[in-house]
Design a protein around this ligand. Structure first.
Ligand SMILES: [Zn+2]
Length: 403
């Protein structure tokens, strides 16, 4: 059984130990030590990373033998360091934890407890799933919350950070724990490790935590979506939250510059821009409709018609084809685009089943698409000359028009 140094001191970053086992598994090695400060994955907290360096009496050659620890897991009370190289059993090693990685996990894990505790106290909801990803922390709750409610929780949680409350960790017997109120995901047999942050939260947890809440620095709740019977909340704490905020502020600064908006007026400015865009789109569609009708009038009385035009939105291609169908009696095809980016097409003929024609055209012109029997839309990647040649070669006779 490995002695767990992180249980005694979560701030232990360096230690010495003896290699008790080293087993090759697939492309890596699993090393056990008599004692370790590497935290094994558990309780939602990922395993530690770092390195194990062989302690050598021979300082003359200057060469160090070491193994990179890329993950840590626990198996049958033994802590296994997943490494990229082997170390001989019996060797004394110096273990070093990647402290930036671990401290980030401590800030986020402690922050998560405070947020979950405050939600539980205010709404009675339980944290039923906790995941610390490499870029995001998520909490799954068994009840629904709005973003406004979470903003209140976030402010309270940061209040706990600013109060700089000392973290209390207490090992309780099963009986002792039974008389206390604490959050726990499951019934724990034997000793219960209770982690408390003042009045904000007490929770059974095996993870590593900051000494005082002030070290969390910042708690940010980023989003909330419906998930199973409740919600999934995304959050970040500490340096990760700060760096995220920095990126958001950089994005905001760019919008401020692009739209000449005030820093706190960017949402209103974007909504205004969207409204303006929609108005312009309506006006453009109205003008296009008039143009399409006039264009169709110039082709009035035609039978099978292929009209090749410049690039247009799919909806415009559809409306132009519909306008032509009003005036022409055969199949109306519109091909809009150019040889570089390909062509969008729409085609139709009232009360006619064109599916066989569409299939044949797609096969001949490298096209994809379909629709209703009398009207289809799609795109093709053949060139202008090839498209015109195919229509010209057909028996039914086609008028080919550009513009
Ligand atoms: Zn925990």
């Amino acid at each position: 059984m490995t002695q767990r140094l992180y249980d005694e001191d979560a701030y232990c970053r360096e230690f010495t130990a003896v290699v008790t086992a080293c087993v090759p598994v697939k492309d890596h090695f699993r090393i056990a030590l008599d004692r370790t400060a590497f935290y094994p994955e558990g309780g939602g907290q990922p395993g530690d990373t770092g390195k194990l360096t062989v302690e050598s009496d021979d300082t003359t050659d200057g060469q160090e033998t070491w193994a990179r620890v890329f993950d840590t897991h626990e198996k049958e009370e033994e802590i296994l360091h997943y490494t990229d190289s082997a170390l001989p059993v019996g060797t004394r090693v110096r273990g070093e934890i990647d402290w930036d990685h671990r401290f980030d996990l401590m800030q986020n894990h402690s922050g998560e407890h405070i947020v979950s505790g405050l939600i539980h106290a205010a709404y009675g909801y339980n944290n039923v799933g906790f995941h610390m990803g490499s870029d995001m922390i998520t909490i799954d709750l068994d009840g629904e919350l709005t973003m406004e409610q979470l903003r209140e929780i976030e402010l309270k949680a940061n209040g706990v950070v600013w109060s700089d409350i000392p973290t209390k960790i207490k090992l309780c017997s099963h009986e002792e724990a039974a008389n206390r109120t604490y959050r726990s995901k499951k019934e724990i047999p034997g000793t219960v490790r209770l982690v408390s942050f003042g009045e904000a939260d007490t929770c059974a947890c095996c993870g590593t935590h900051v000494k005082r809440t002030g070290e969390i620095g910042l708690i940010r709740i980023l989003s909330c979506i419906r998930f199973r019977s409740g919600v999934r909340v995304e959050m970040l704490c500490g340096k990760r939250a700060f760096l995220y905020d920095t990126q958001v502020m950089d994005q905001n600064r760019q919008i401020v510059a692009a739209l000449s908006a005030k820093p706190l007026g960017t949402a209103a400015a974007v909504h205004h821009l969207k409204d303006q865009n929609q108005t312009t789109a309506y006006r453009l569609a109205g003008m296009e409709q008039k143009y399409f009708a006039a264009k169709a009038m110039t082709l009035k009385g035609e039978q099978n018609l292929l009209l090749m035009t410049d690039e247009m939105e799919s909806d415009s291609v559809r409306r132009l084809t519909a306008a032509l169908m009003e005036e022409c009696s055969g199949i109306c095809v519109v091909m809009a685009g150019n040889d570089e980016s390909g062509y969008k097409y729409a085609l139709g003929q009232a009360d006619t089943d064109l599916r066989a024609f569409v299939k044949e055209m797609n096969a001949a012109l490298n096209g994809k698409g379909g629709g209703r029997p009398y009207f289809a839309q799609g795109n093709c990647s053949s060139g202008k000359a090839q498209i015109a040649d195919w229509f010209r070669s057909r028996e039914e006779g086609w008028r080919i028009e550009e513009g």
